[in-house]
Design a protein around this ligand. Structure first.
Ligand SMILES: CC(C)(COP(=O)(O)OP(=O)(O)OC[C@H]1O[C@@H](n2cnc3c(N)ncnc32)[C@H](O)[C@@H]1OP(=O)(O)O)[C@@H](O)C(=O)NCCC(=O)NCCS
Length: 257
């Protein structure tokens, strides 16, 4: 018998175990992140059970785009011995139907391969790229921008286009959950996580990027071009796949789920 549903409290440990098994994660480290991340919500952890045994899992994240509510899908996995039996597809279809019924009709995910997701109505709309910044990078001596100011600048940017992601209080908690240094750029800011930059807003590209000299950019290719981030040695890392989206979303990978 096949059953698909949100997991219950007593099933969390098995869910985490399966997640670690499928993605080869260290259980100790994964469990710290798993329970403490600001979007932790049992109602968004789904599983397919075969004869009472958890066989496939996934997690959804609420996303508030200007055009409407969407879900981000991540951590899709099936126990190795149970693959290719249609479990992944069944789980995804039921989660997508449930989300649509509950006012989240749009879906997005980042993937290495498209096979399973195309069958569920997703299309590849872009790629996530990683690249070196093709411009001088130097951390400034000036202090970081206060968080409230960053939030204000982001909100102003987000409201200019319905394809952009809005951030509520919980999303900002998630943003701060990953430590970021945020320095001023012309008309905005550049945020970095040690030597990785996944978010920048500016009116004209900085002449000197407030980043470590070895810094890399990680973002949607369309966003990279649109913003004018100077890059070199670009590598494609992930497919950006959406379902029922009006167009390619304008989001930063700092909101990756
Ligand atoms: C991807 C995965 C969840 C599919 O689960 P499943 O229960 O076998 O799914 P289904 O039986 O419904 O579909 C199988 C199809 O998924 C495809 N698939 C395998 N790995 C895939 C991946 N990483 N991304 C997309 N599709 C994938 C297979 O090609 C297969 O199609 P085929 O039979 O025509 O070759 C499973 O292979 C898995 O857990 N892989 C390891 C974890 C992973 O890479 N997850 C995806 C990243 S978020």
């Amino acid at each position: 018998m096949i059953e698909v549903r949100q997991i219950q409290e007593g099933e969390v440990a098995r869910f985490l175990e399966l997640l670690c098994e499928v993605f080869e994660l260290d259980h100790g480290r994964a469990s710290t992140v798993f329970y403490s991340e600001p979007f932790y919500d049992l109602r968004r952890k789904w599983a397919l059970f075969e004869n009472g045994h958890m066989a496939s899992i996934l997690t959804t994240t609420p996303l508030d785009f200007g055009f409407g509510n969407a879900i981000g899908i991540a951590g899709v996995g099936t126990v190795a011995s149970q693959r290719k039996k249609g479990f992944g597809e069944k789980l995804l279809q039921i989660v997508l139907e449930d989300a649509a019924r509950n006012g989240e009709p749009h879906a997005i995910l980042f993937a290495h391969q498209d096979v399973l997701y195309k069958r569920c109505g997703f299309e590849t709309v872009d790629h996530v790229i990683r690249a070196a910044i093709n411009q001088t990078c130097q951390l400034p001596y000036s202090g970081m921008i206060p968080e409230a100011q960053v939030e204000e600048m982001y909100a102003e940017w987000a409201k200019q286009n319905p394809l952009r992601l809005n951030r509520d209080e919980r999303r900002w908690r998630y943003w701060r959950y990953v430590f970021r240094e945020t320095y001023a750029a012309p008309g905005g800011y550049v945020a970095s996580e040690t030597n990785l930059c996944r978010e920048a807003i500016f009116s004209t590209p900085p002449e000197v990027w407030p980043l470590l000299p070895s810094a890399e950019w990680y973002g949607l290719r369309s966003m990279t071009k649109f913003l004018g981030v100077p890059t070199k040695h670009e590598r494609e890392e992930l497919l950006v796949m959406t379902r029922n989206f009006p167009d390619v979303p304008q989001m930063f990978m700092s909101d990756q789920f």
